[in-house]
Design a protein around this ligand. Structure first.
Ligand code: AKG
Ligand code: FE2
Length: 359
């Protein structure tokens, strides 16, 4: 007798007190993905930007100017671009990936030692309904950019054998932090602002964080989602995706485009806060992760946050009272973050709406 696929037990995403079946992961029909994880339209992929010719000692030469302009253009049109020749050592990326796979492959009881508390989205978790009521087909590790926190988390799981995980994770976060500052400076420069316009407001790391997603193979990918459609609330996301596709970006109002994995690249996307900060010049675009029947997929999103007291206030250079009036009232990142924690993240892109000024 064949069991209906929706009735199948989902061992990998259940916990001891929560036995889940495939049907528990089925989303509302309007969310069902119409394109597969490996549907890529080559004429429609996001722009690729290389940092290969950008000097380590900051030099404002032609290559630098061009790369800054390209970043601003891609971020205004797509909200997304791929970054290659980014300078993060491949060994750092590989060890982080290996350590995450190793952790996700541990027996459930051992992973649950690092489980996230109910009211704080930090730690390990399977089936985290961050977005609305629906369960994502994913296991997640979410941690702050804080070596102490990484060590505390890894120690809960591995005891005094935590070093391979925590060393790899901390090295990765530090490398991405540096890269994030480079990108934020380039965006500021490309927008005609002081280079440190954003970075001087991102010095504290207290809410910069990483979210590692592992999406197991799914028997019903046409009705489930690894991560529902959302925009990222922070300034900038540096996303690592492995060679299995699944990231899809909304183009216009209703066209989903699959982002083809490119070896040794990062996908960069603009978050809500940077959209407000640039008065809408850079776009925070809705995206999602779809799953597939055969392959496990790993992605890691590094979210760069402003300091708690930084005021997100669009600069006069990006406002024109007649043709481009101010779109958002100024707010502090701390207030926005508080709202996000209370209300959780929302499906689609509505988090920023609370600060929008009616046209
Ligand atoms: O898995 C992906 O490619 C997307 C992940 C993502 O958008 C997120 O974690 O915010
Ligand atoms: Fe995201």
């Amino acid at each position: 007798m064949t069991v209906d696929v929706e009735e199948q037990h989902v061992e990998s995403l259940s916990s001891t007190d929560q036995k889940l079946c495939v049907k528990d992961f089925v989303w509302a029909e309007e969310q069902w993905p119409k394109i597969n994880h490996n549907d890529f339209d080559s004429g429609n992929d996001i722009p690729v930007i290389s940092l290969g010719n950008i000097s380590k000692v900051q030099k404002f030469d032609k290559d630098y100017e061009n790369a800054c302009k390209d970043m601003v253009h891609a971020s205004g049109k797509w909200g997304f671009f791929k970054l290659i020749d980014h300078g993060v050592a491949p060994e750092i990326v590989e060890s982080m990936k290996t350590m995450c796979h190793e952790l996700f492959s541990l027996p459930r009881d051992q992973k649950m030692k690092g489980v996230r508390p109910i009211h704080l989205p930090l730690g390990y978790c399977a089936t985290n309904p961050d977005y609305g009521q629906n369960l994502p087909w994913a296991e997640i590790i979410q941690l702050l950019q804080s070596p102490q926190q990484v060590i505390a988390f890894a120690s809960k799981i591995y005891g005094d054998q935590h070093h391979p995980f925590s060393d790899a994770f901390i090295a990765y976060m530090q490398a991405l932090d540096k890269l994030g500052l480079v990108i934020l400076k380039m965006l500021a420069h490309g927008l005609g602002l002081e280079n440190d316009f954003f970075t001087k407001n991102c010095e504290e790391k207290e809410s910069t964080m990483i979210r590692v997603n592992r999406y197991p193979p799914c028997p019903l990918p046409e009705k489930c989602l690894g991560l529902g459609s959302h925009s990222d609330p922070h300034t900038l996301t540096i996303l690592l995706q492995d060679e299995v596709g699944g990231l899809q970006v909304l183009k216009g109002d209703d066209k989903w485009v699959g982002i083809c994995p490119t070896p040794n690249s990062f996908v960069i996307n603009i978050g809500d806060t940077l959209e407000a900060w640039t008065n809408g010049r850079l776009k925070s675009v809705i995206h999602r992760a779809v799953v597939n029947k055969e392959q496990c997929r790993l992605s890691a999103a590094y979210f760069i946050s402003p300091s708690t007291y930084a005021t997100i206030d669009a600069p006069p250079e990006l406002i024109d009272p007649i043709i481009n009036p101010r779109k958002y009232v100024p707010f502090t990142w701390g207030d926005f973050r508080k709202e996000l924690i209370i209300q959780k993240r929302v499906l689609g892109k509505t988090a920023l709406q609370r600060y929008a000024i009616a046209p």
